[in-house]
Design a protein around this ligand. Structure first.
Ligand code: SF4
Length: 481
């Protein structure tokens, strides 16, 4: 069931990291390309956005079919499964659930049947009015098969499908009813559509291979399949590809552009570009500005793998302190968030990370990470470095303190569990046992996405300034941007 305040109850557990929402992908093929396999490789490139489940839907002989399952892309899609799927139009999804659970029924794309036929939908984001819409539907006798807010979108499409003949009008009316973040890829038997919410909270890009169109959460998936980048879908824009032609509909709902700043800090792959800005350059810049803002005398700069590496390189370049590795990550260990409880999770970090003792011994180390949520992981890393013989450990974080929850699809713990919501910077330093600590300021952070439109970011979990009013009961401190 969708939780009352639309925040995953799992947020109340002991997770220490920020977590992705989902990756969406779609192909409308006008050429002789293997759309299904390209979707598979596209999802592979978007795996970092969600590792709980994945799926591909395909329009095949006038019928939409698909395959989905719990697990990583190569686990769910075998050669045999891919051979079974065939078609010119596809929709794909990698999922990390922020509403609903990790059950089979909640895997996407959702395939539904409505008056006009079949439809497949893949959604990245979180609707803050999903519970209300769902209740409205249920009061009229509708039955929901999943606990996801994505099914709410599907039901709205179905409802407006009764009123409007034109698919374009159906989508426009649907988006008028949605509040929150959404990058959605929708497929009918003959059309592929992409929708980005009026704030542009989640990314969505358009690419092309010859005459075929691709929609993707991130541009790294375009590079992976040899497609060229065309442009980003604009906030509040709907694109519909039909009979080989891409049509753009600019809804008049556009709001102040508010891309989630954590796409730049953490979520997106460094080789992606969002709204004109390189994620890699952005992280390098964050490291550089962090070195200027919080200088320190030290012997070595290192990043927490993998999330802190790029900022650490930026810090080292600016500070002229040599860059090196001090932590080695075991890439074959599942991410810490899949562990069921804090005790096991704390233990798992030893499995996941190990120190390079010879590099650390007797040195003053600057260790860079992208963010601190609960502080548990950082505390453990400081302890590991000290146990390995570090003379001093200076923690530098390439983002500001996370003080407020996110309602737009990113799994950030409630305030109660956020170390920075309950402690001063000095207190955080004491808790994690570092010799010094420094966070990048909001002002400096916003300088990092070079090339992105000015003032075009959501920073709500850092500042408490949410880009939209949310229904009462979510958070008393919410205010308009
Ligand atoms: S609240 Fe934070 S994590 Fe959520 S969308 Fe805004 S910037 Fe991103």
């Amino acid at each position: 069931m969708i939780p009352k305040n639309n925040v995953n109850p799992d947020c109340l557990n002991n997770r220490d990291e920020l977590h992705e929402s989902c990756g969406v992908f779609g192909i409308y093929s006008n050429d002789d390309i293997d759309a299904v396999r390209l979707t598979y490789y596209g999802l592979y490139a978007l795996q970092h956005r969600g590792q709980q489940s994945c799926g591909i839907a395909v329009s095949q002989d006038g019928h939409i079919t698909g395959h989905k399952g719990i697990g990583l892309v190569p686990e769910v899609f075998t050669e045999k499964v891919l051979d079974r799927l065939e078609g010119r139009i596809t929709v794909g999804h990698t999922r990390y659930s922020t509403t609903g659970g990790a059950s089979m029924e909640d895997c996407q794309p959702l395939i539904i049947r409505y008056k006009e036929g079949q439809l497949a939908i893949a959604h990245n984001g979180n609707l803050i009015n999903a519970s209300k819409i769902r209740l409205d539907f249920e009061n009229r006798g509708a039955i929901f098969q999943t606990s996801t807010d994505s099914e709410v979108i599907a039901n709205l499409i179905s409802r407006f499908g009764l009123k409007y003949k034109n698919f374009e009008e159906v989508l426009i009316e649907t988006t008028k009813n949605l509040l929150g973040s959404y990058a959605v890829v929708i497929m009918t038997k003959k059309k592929l559509a992409g929708i980005r919410d009026p704030w542009g909270l989640r990314p969505l890009s358009i690419g092309k291979i010859d005459n075929s169109y691709i929609l993707t959460s991130e541009t790294c998936a375009l590079d992976t399949i040899g497609a060229e980048f065309v442009r980003d879908v604009e906030p509040g824009e709907i694109v519909i590809i039909e009979e080989g032609i891409l049509k753009s509909i600019k809804t008049n709902q556009k709001k102040p552009h508010s891309l989630c700043i954590f796409e730049h800090i953490y979520f997106a792959r460094p080789d992606s570009f969002i709204d004109g800005a390189s994620i890699y350059q952005s992280r390098l810049e964050a490291g550089k500005l962090l070195a200027i803002q919080h200088p320190v005398e030290a012997d070595l700069v290192a990043g927490v793998p993998d999330s802190g590496i790029t900022a650490a390189i930026g810090f080292a370049r600016q500070s002229k302190i040599p860059y090196g590795e001090v932590l080695i990550k075991n890439r074959y260990v599942g991410r810490t968030f899949i562990q069921p409880n804090q005790k096991i999770r704390e233990e798992s970090i030893n499995i996941k990370l190990n120190t390079l003792k010879k590099e650390v011994e007797g040195k003053r180390i600057v260790i860079i990470d992208d963010s601190i949520v609960r502080g548990t992981t950082t505390k453990k890393i400081v302890r590991m470095l000290k146990e390995a013989g570090a003379k001093e450990v200076h923690v530098r974080i390439s983002s500001p303190p996370v003080k407020f929850p996110c309602y737009f699809g990113i799994d950030i713990a409630t305030k109660e569990y956020l170390i920075a919501a309950n402690n001063s910077v000095e207190e955080i330093k004491e808790i994690i046992g570092a010799d010094s600590i420094g966070f990048l300021s909001v002002e400096n952070l916003l300088k990092c996405p070079i090339g992105a439109p000015k003032d075009s970011f959501c920073t709500a979990c850092l500042t408490g300034k949410y880009p939209m009013k949310v229904p009462s009961g979510l958070d008393e401190t919410l205010e308009d941007k």
